[in-house]
Design a protein around this ligand. Structure first.
Ligand SMILES: Cc1ncc(COP(=O)(O)O)c(C=O)c1O
Length: 423
């Protein structure tokens, strides 16, 4: 049961699990690979997708379902599919639309791992990607479209550049080409931005980040907006019978959420990146305080960004809520309640000064992560984005002195004091 009309902070706390009389207040962990049926006919109905009971935990599990329901409610979707990592979610979302010989368009400012996936690994499967400058005018974006283009992909708030996507332009770009818009909404989370309200058709998260929030569990999720016309002639896999699934026609037989039903029944079944019930349980627990945490993360990050801007040792600071940011207006439009918990800044000097600064931090730890309750830093050029060439790094504005800070929920005075002594 979901409680859609309530505020998002209430839904984060309440949705996904409603105990019945005398049931546990907190959902249990169903750590079972499989499920028992009384008759062959009953289990046959589940295999035929006539019944949604669980048969095997690679495909679905009750604890994982509770997390799916909670995140689906927060995003305002029509169905969700949880997976073993954010990367699994991104990969399955693309493979759900593209086969050998297909092409897609992606904004060029993305998490480094996503860039590798799009530019190198998917290419080995015969799927190609054209990267575009997300700030380019519509006419420029249009040049990337090919007859075999299947989707448009972007991050709502980019990692680590903190660029805010112009949803109006991007959703127009996708829709006028009859393509779905897929948005990685990991950084803002549904608490700060709900992409379906701005024209997205599929939302993806690395739940590993803010949604879990405590750095305990890898996870990912795909949410279906249920708002795309898959019957526009470009997506036969959605309209023709699936011979591997008893002739199911996803866009016709599962009108509400064909994208996630197809991803679950074809790709999760065949490729297997399922979320463990224990990780789902921990992520569900973390997600309950998401609204509270995002408010504090955003407030702390703005204060740290404003303080850093005034320091003589600092060359530049990127945070969309700063009035100096080129994304300030887009931030006001799409992130009115806060611009999340990540900022990037550059120390004066080069790579050596940057490393020395990082080594002097005490409260903030050097950790390959964002979205944790504890403040942490990374140096993308030598860590998260180090597989990229120097040219690729500069192309996405990652300079050697860029430090990405994931600002935690500690007291802001203590965070600033740590940065002050390190500078
Ligand atoms: C924006 C974004 N998307 C996807 C991913 C991949 O998620 P995961 O590490 O959970 O596989 C990350 C990881 O940092 C990310 O920052």
């Amino acid at each position: 049961m979901t409680t859609k009309k309530l505020h998002i902070g209430t839904r984060a706390v309440q949705d996904g699990y409603q105990p019945k009389n005398a049931e546990p207040r907190v959902p249990g962990i169903i750590q079972s690979t499989t499920y028992k049926f009384d008759t062959a006919e009953q289990i046959g109905d589940v295999f035929d997708l006539k019944d949604t009971a669980h048969i095997y935990s690679r495909i679905s599990n009750p604890t994982v379902n509770q997390l799916e329901e909670k995140i689906n409610s927060l995003e305002g979707g029509t169905g969700a599919l949880a997976l073993s990592s954010g990367h699994a979610a991104v990969t399955l979302a693309i493979l759900n639309l593209c086969s050998n010989g297909d092409h897609f368009v992606a904004a060029k400012s993305l998490y480094g791992g996503t860039i590798n996936l799009f530019s190198t690994t998917l290419k080995k499967f015969g799927i190609t990607c054209t990267f575009v400058d997300q700030d380019a005018p519509l006419e420029e974006l249009q040049k990337a479209i090919q007859p075999n283009t299947k989707l448009v992909f972007a991050e709502s708030l980019t990692n680590p550049g903190m660029e805010v996507l112009d949803f109006e332009k991007f959703s127009l770009f996708a829709s006028k080409n009859g393509l779905p818009l897929l948005i990685d909404n990991t950084f803002p989370t549904p608490v700060l931005c709900q992409p379906f309200k701005h024209g997205a058709n599929v939302v993806i998260h690395s739940t590993t980040k803010f949604i879990d929030g405590h750095a305990t569990s890898l996870g990912g999720v795909i949410v279906d907006g249920g708002n795309f016309n898959w019957q526009n002639g470009k997506f036969p896999e959605f309209t023709e019978p699936d011979t591997s699934y008893h002739g199911v026609r996803y866009a016709i037989d599962f009108k509400d959420n064909p994208f996630v039903v197809k991803a679950r029944t074809q790709l999760l079944r065949d490729l297997g990146p399922c979320l463990s019930p224990f990780n789902a349980f921990l992520t569900f627990q973390g997600c309950q305080t998401l609204a509270l945490r995002m408010e504090r993360h955003s407030k702390n990050t703005l204060q740290l960004a404003q303080w850093l801007e005034k320091q003589p040792q600092v060359e530049w600071v990127k945070y969309p809520e700063l009035t100096s940011s080129p994304y300030h207006l887009l931030s006001k439009k799409y992130l009115p309640d806060g611009a999340s918990g990540v900022l990037a800044f550059g120390c004066k000097g080069g790579i050596e000064e940057t490393k020395q600064f990082i080594n002097r931090l005490q409260l903030a730890k050097l950790v390959v992560h964002v979205g944790d309750i504890r403040t942490s830093v990374v140096h993308p050029a030598s860590m998260t984005h180090r597989q990229l060439t120097e040219e690729q790094l500069l192309n996405i504005n990652i300079t050697p002195n860029l430090i990405r800070v994931s600002v935690g929920i500690e007291h802001i005075d203590d965070i600033i004091a740590d940065f002050e002594q390190a500078l």
